[in-house]
Design a binder for this molecule. Structure first.
Ligand code: ZN
Ligand code: ZN
Length: 217
């Protein structure tokens, strides 16, 4: 039961192919877990397609001028419905896009300890944003920190809570500049997340700040 989803800006950026590689990875992974966002993405893909397919259309500006949003949506509704992607039998923890990216499931990950039982594995991506897997033992907190840019956290296994809400498997937290938070893995189960950031985090405590070079985030 997914309660926290991608926003329209991310879905539109993904549809238009304008996101950094790390963001593409997390969007694709969430979409593979979430029927709701997959359906919304198909709407954005259809709008993009409608804007681009132009036998009777001179320029995209014309479409925007002549077509109200209602007309665009009506056109989308007339399109034959997509077959809902059937969820494949689940093997392992990682959804397919992430498994492809990592080259395997959990056992293919080369974790590094970062203190307090927390482990992380940085995934190779283009440098405009970073992606990493985070392993948080049940009941353990990630140091509280703010964000200079956008941080997306997708729960793959277990759950965490922070000042905002509870995030379980499939949930994605979108943290921006304003948010200062301390994610804590729920007791009883280890929490594994995919985390993507487009700028270095700033930690509030002294010790975490000293650790930051080692965290490489
Ligand atoms: Zn979703
Ligand atoms: Zn954060």
């Amino acid at each position: 039961m997914i309660r926290h989803h991608l926003n329209d800006a991310l879905l539109m950026g993904y549809s238009a192919g304008q996101l950094p590689e790390a963001f593409n990875l997390i969007v694709a992974t969430h979409i593979s877990m979430c029927d709701e966002c997959r359906a919304r993405l198909e709407s954005f893909d259809a709008v993009g397609g409608a804007l681009l397919s132009g036998a009777t259309i001179d320029a995209p500006e014309q479409v925007m001028k002549n077509d109200s949003l209602a007309q665009v949506l009506a056109r989308i509704r007339q399109a034959p419905p997509e077959m809902p992607a059937r969820s494949k039998p689940k093997r392992g923890v990682f959804p397919a896009p992430l498994r492809d990216y990592v080259g395997g499931d959990l056992d293919a990950v080369r974790w590094r300890a970062v203190g307090g039982g927390v482990r992380q594995a940085i995934l190779p991506t283009a440098r405009d944003a970073s992606a990493r897997l985070l392993f948080i033992p049940g009941g353990v907190a990630v140091p509280d920190h703010g964000h200079r840019g956008t941080e997306l956290t997708l729960v793959l296994k277990g759950a965490f809570r922070d000042e905002v809400d509870r995030f379980g498997p499939g949930d994605i937290e979108i943290a921006t500049e304003e948010l200062e938070h301390t994610p804590i893995a729920e007791p009883g189960e280890d929490c594994i997340c995919l985390v993507v950031t487009d700028a270095p985090l700033r930690f509030s405590g002294l010790v975490p700040r000293l650790l930051q070079p080692f965290l490489k985030i």
